[in-house]
Design a protein. Structure first.
Length: 231
């Protein structure tokens, strides 16, 4: 049976300490049939050939398969260049053999669990960034991606085991005291709230990154430094 772990933003190699062998010793017993999901801001596809190759090669050498949803700090245009495949019931960009981007609005069956994924987020540091170099408009979903999310969740009766996103439903972002307006209240955080209030989505756990802290809100979990196993 596959094991599945989830952690928060890795930001290229800047926040890798949580998946080193000291902080994540479980990896010594994992195989490529086991998964680590990064809840956005993977940062390993930046359109910089040498750096991207180093990041992908390093993940390839790990004992597990790496899955990620996209965050806001990704080169979305570079990600969109990868061919789309269907994998375990949903659309992916296959970055390499065992590094996989879980696309937006998809429901996957992984290790016997259904997992809804929807990356993207609004940047709070946009004014310090340059479009096409360090910021991309595709950080937020398109109309089609929102529609696809509703369609795919609808096909599962709005019931999944886990949800993995980069940002949080708006109400939770508020209650968490994330006082940065760009990150807490926008079309995507409102959409996630609507999944709860309008569609009554059922899930065992909802995991997100983005806010760079480790905090739990009943079944919702903000991840940064910690890595958790879902069972
Ligand atoms: Fe981040």
């Amino acid at each position: 049976m596959s094991r599945i772990f989830i952690t928060g933003d890795t930001h290229c190699d800047y926040d890798w300490e949580k998946i080193n062998t000291t902080n994540f010793p479980e990896q010594k017993n994992l195989t490529k049939d086991d998964y680590v999901i990064i809840a956005g801001d993977f940062g390993g596809i930046w359109g910089l050939d040498k750096t991207d190759r180093y990041i992908i090669k390093t993940y390839e050498k790990r004992s597990f398969t790496t899955l990620f949803v996209d965050g806001n700090h990704e080169n979305h245009d570079a990600l969109d260049q990868y061919p789309v495949e269907i994998w375990n019931g949903g659309k992916i960009h296959r970055i390499s053999d065992t590094v996989i981007h879980l696309m937006r609005g998809q429901v996957f069956e992984i290790g016997g669990k259904t997992i809804f994924t929807m990356g993207g987020a609004q940047s709070s540091d946009k004014i310090y960034r340059k479009e096409g170099i360090s910021w991309w408009a595709r950080e937020m979903p398109s109309d089609d991606e929102y529609d696809e999310a509703v369609k795919n969740l609808g096909a599962h009766g709005f019931k999944v085991n886990y949800v993995v996103t980069h940002c949080a439903p708006e109400d939770y972002a508020y209650s968490a005291g994330f006082d940065d307006v760009a990150r807490r209240a926008n079309r995507l955080t409102a959409f996630f709230s609507s999944l709860i209030t309008e569609h009554d989505i059922a899930y065992d756990g909802w995991y997100f990154g983005h806010y760079h802290r480790d905090k739990d809100f009943e079944k919702l979990h903000c991840l940064y430094h910690r890595i958790v196993e879902i069972t």
